[in-house]
Design a protein around this ligand. Structure first.
Ligand SMILES: Nc1nc2c(ncn2[C@@H]2O[C@H](COP(=O)(O)OP(=O)(O)OP(=O)(O)O)[C@@H](O)[C@H]2O)c(=O)[nH]1
Length: 144
């Protein structure tokens, strides 16, 4: 079976509830518009495959719920995304002001993952130092 795509791109859409995230995705993936607002529950996703310079790029877009109560679920997806679209409603100034809050939430998750990397680094460093002092040097001394 022929390969369906060459590159997979994972994107995430964030923004207040009702700003039109789902509609934006429906337009991009199916060229459809639905005027009713059915709030996304947790996270949903849509896909579209594009041809870019002869390369088949599958764009996988995660549509998140804007409602506060789903944020524990939606935050789990921040780190897996390769790109984030911050969406606001041009007729709602508060949804625009909240963009800063959405962006800082994303930053916060990145800082957490940096701490994770630092913790792994410290663990590996300590492991090597312990191994050198307690295993390698005693063996060397014993051999001398
Ligand atoms: N006039 C107008 N209405 C829009 C546009 N895009 C979306 N809407 C309307 O805005 C409402 C909310 O759209 P959704 O796409 O469901 O909003 P959402 O951001 O996904 O909302 P949550 O899932 O609750 O986070 C719907 O009633 C849409 O019809 C637009 O470009 N123009």
């Amino acid at each position: 079976m022929a390969k369906q795509y060459d590159v997979l791109l994972r994107l995430l859409v964030l923004g207040d509830s009702g700003v039109g995230k789902t509609c934006l995705l429906c337009r991009f993936t199916d060229n459809e518009f639905n005027s009713s607002h059915i709030s996304t529950i947790g996270v949903d996703f849509k896909m579209r495959t594009l041809q870019v310079d002869g390369i088949k790029v599958r764009v996988q877009i995660w549509d998140t719920a804007g409602q506060e109560r789903y944020q524990t679920i939606t935050k789990q997806y921040y780190r897996r995304a390769q790109g984030i679209l911050l969406v606001y409603d041009i007729t709602s100034s508060s949804s625009f002001q909240h963009i800063l809050k959405w962006a800082s939430d994303v930053d916060e998750m990145n800082v957490l993952s940096l701490f994770g990397l630092l913790a792994v680094f410290i663990f590996i460093h300590n492991f090597i130092v312990t191994w050198l002092f307690h295993v390698y040097y005693p063996i060397l001394q014993h051999l001398n």
